[in-house]
Design a protein around this ligand. Structure first.
Ligand SMILES: [Fe+2]
Length: 298
């Protein structure tokens, strides 16, 4: 009987674990998966006194749980095969983007990036991209409402500049952390080795690309769902020279506002030091999600 009680406890834990996961991914309550989990909950709740269940009833329970387990497994396999991202977050309404909070304090990246730079970069520069993106979205909505597209070129440029600025900075904050550095591991490292030959070869290429960005811009490691491999890109400003249909995995801001107060015009030293604060776990997570997206290759 103890074996069955342990089994029931495992099923309860497993059920809770799946529900926590679905909640964390904001899976819609109307999705079939919830119905299956609710069925499982009902089965479990029906066993208030497992000691009173006979062997046949327990076997019956086990069968029901096994079926649900199979259903759940095929559900997740199917979602992964079609590259579905498990996110049903409410979308951002037009003109309602917000400045995301930094995942650490302003002085957390010292001595590599000073508190003063981080504070200005986040509260002034990034905020201005959020504001600019909201303004562009609202003005383009107004253009659609009025059927007046005389300024569509201007607002489209604003949308690209501020939108790219907002999205890239949001990634940038997430891919850094205090006491970062080192190397990635797992699938990302394998992919880096496969495409660039070695981590050192990748690091050299990325560093040189960052140093050589003309004017202001970014160096980016991206996943290409089409080519199904990684690539290193430069971006001038936030949005020029991009290779569309790729997903940034690791990004480095080489605008002067990102380093000038501390490094003056020595971008190379800033770039070299930046490697000490890369949050490879976050980069790996982005890669794991991005690499699930695969288009037909051409
Ligand atoms: Fe920036």
């Amino acid at each position: 009987m103890e074996r069955f009680q342990n089994y029931i406890k495992e099923v309860i834990d497993w059920n809770d674990h799946i529900k926590t996961f679905l909640n964390s991914e904001n899976i819609d309550r109307n999705d079939d998966i919830w119905e299956k989990l609710d069925q499982l909950t009902n089965v479990i709740e029906g066993i208030s006194k497992p000691a009173e269940l006979n062997q046949e009833q327990l076997l019956n329970l086990q069968q029901q749980v096994d079926h649900l387990h199979d259903d759940l497994e095929s559900y997740f396999t199917k979602r992964q095969q079609i590259g579905t991202v498990y996110i049903n977050e409410p979308f951002v309404n037009i003109g309602e983007h917000k400045l995301p909070p930094l995942p650490y304090s302003y002085d957390a990246l010292e001595p590599y990036i000073s508190r003063e730079i981080m504070r200005l970069h986040h509260t002034k520069h990034h905020q201005s991209y959020v504001d600019g993106l909201n303004k562009a979205e609202k003005n383009l909505k107004e253009a659609r409402t009025k059927g007046d597209f005389s300024l569509v070129k201007h607002w489209s440029r604003e949308l690209a500049f501020h939108g790219s600025g907002h999205y890239l900075h949001t990634v940038f904050w997430d891919i850094m952390k205090p006491k970062g550095g080192g190397k990635p591991s797992g699938a990302l490292l394998q992919e880096i080795n496969k495409y660039f030959g070695s981590f050192d070869a990748f690091k050299k290429h990325f560093t040189e690309a960052a140093k050589a960005v003309e004017g202001v811009g970014w160096a980016l490691l991206v996943w290409s769902p089409r080519a199904r491999h990684l690539e290193i890109l430069q971006s001038e400003r936030h949005m020029l020279l991009t290779q569309w249909d790729t997903i940034p995995i690791l990004v480095l801001d080489v605008w002067e506002h990102a380093y000038y107060l501390q490094y003056k015009n020595d971008r190379a030293e800033y770039v070299n030091n930046w490697w000490n604060i890369v949050n490879w776990r976050a980069v790996e997570e982005r890669f794991d999600k991005a690499s699930q997206l695969k288009w037909k290759p051409f």
